[in-house]
Ligand binder design. Structure first.
Ligand code: GUN
Ligand code: ZN
Length: 377
């Protein structure tokens, strides 16, 4: 099957994934996330965590990942190098934040954030990695001054770059954004005014967007990364994917490690199905997403969300070969294939019951990257 596209994952937060999910977003950021991200000033620590997250995601069939790193330029460049070394296709973002960090050594001035973003972009592009590209990464509207948001919008525009951030994840966050940016009509409007909504923008979450805001997404070509594990784990909300798709907004899936506890896109597939079913339980008129639809979100949908669908997402002639070879009945694997029911049956079985033991080989741009070569095991 086509390789899976993780449209939103914090590589740095892999260090504490599976723990610390007992606080709502804004407290979670201050108590757990910022202190942990501050440790990535240490390049040895960054090297250890980033190697582990690239290997873990590749083994689990993520052929393309859209990563948040931290504010540290050199560690973010290292993440790009590691993705390139292992052959993963990646967008890598040095995080920008010039306010509200509350953690002593984890903040930048507006000037530093802008200068370091430019250095990050220049140095990463200069490496000429064929599959790894920079993405302009304002953390979210509450971590950035309006001035910085505007500067980052200009940098992305002048260099024709991808943009990633977070939007409308949690109700308290939306309320604070509206208080902080009273001149804006909506959370979406804050980013729109700063030229941060383009057809190369991916915004994570979007649980609480209005239909009017979805219309602005459609108009600008910006996409949503649906991160259902995180949305439930941090009690943030639930994105109505069907409604976003009905508004012709591009949607991909994200693990959002470590708001989400799993780095596996198979988990994101299951969580997306579960969230959709909860929405149907709440309102039986809401048509549940099918497993085929969620499979599409994990592959072609993700490639569209990252504006890479001219290169990846399915096996159309002319695209790169990003693929995983699945053995549904892998020996010592998690699945007992008691009856055989054809490709569709096998796909459903794998998506719901499979794990990395079923993923026998992974290919990115035609090159086999899993199993890892001996020197990288
Ligand atoms: N909003 C701003 N920063 C973050 C983050 O690191 N994780 C999540 N889930 N939401 C955010
Ligand atoms: Zn996130």
């Amino acid at each position: 099957m086509p390789g899976m596209v993780d449209t939103h994952i914090h590589a740095s937060q892999y260090s504490y994934s599976g723990t610390s999910m007992d606080l709502p977003l804004l407290q979670w950021l201050v108590i757990y996330t910022f202190p942990m991200e501050a440790r990535f000033k240490d390049l040895d620590f960054a090297n250890r965590v980033y190697t582990l997250v690239v290997k873990r995601t590749l083994k689990n069939g993520t052929t393309t990942a859209c990563y948040f790193a931290t504010i540290h330029t050199d560690a973010s460049l290292l993440l790009g190098q590691i993705a390139n070394d292992f052959g993963q296709r990646a967008l890598v973002g040095k995080v920008c934040m010039d306010k509200n960090s509350a953690v002593k050594h984890y903040k930048e001035t507006s000037h530093e954030s802008q200068e370091e973003t430019c250095r990050f972009i220049a140095e990463l592009l200069n490496k000429k990695y064929p599959l790894v590209k920079p993405v302009v990464t304002p953390r979210f509207a509450l971590s950035c001054t309006g001035a910085l948001l505007g500067q980052l919008g200009a940098i992305a525009k002048n260099n024709n770059l991808h943009i990633q951030s977070h939007i409308s994840e949690n109700v308290e966050e939306v309320k604070l954004v509206m208080e902080t940016f009273p001149e804006s009509k909506s959370y979406t409007d804050v980013y729109y005014k700063c030229n941060l909504l383009t057809n190369k923008t991916v915004m994570a979450h979007g649980c609480h967007l209005t239909d009017e805001e979805l219309a602005l997404f459609r108009e600008t070509g910006a996409s949503l990364s649906h991160c259902p594990n995180s949305n439930i784990s941090l009690c943030s909300g639930m994105l109505n994917v069907r409604n976003a798709l009905n508004h012709k907004v591009k949607v991909g899936l994200g693990t959002d490690v470590a708001g989400g506890y799993s780095a596996s896109m198979l988990d994101a597939v299951r969580s997306a199905l579960e969230t959709s079913k909860v929405l149907t339980i709440q309102d039986p008129d809401q048509k549940t997403l099918t497993f085929e639809e969620v499979f599409r979100l994990a592959t072609l949908g993700g490639s569209q969300a990252l504006a890479l669908d001219d290169q990846i997402g399915n096996f159309e002639i002319g695209k790169d070969f990003d693929a995983i070879r699945v053995n549904v009945a892998a020996p010592d694997g998690p699945i007992d294939l008691i009856q055989s029911g054809g490709p569709k049956y096998n796909l459903e079985k794998f998506l719901n019951c499979g794990d990395d033991r079923n993923i026998v080989e992974v290919f990115v741009a035609g090159r086999r990257v899993v199993p890892f070569p001996e020197h990288q095991q």
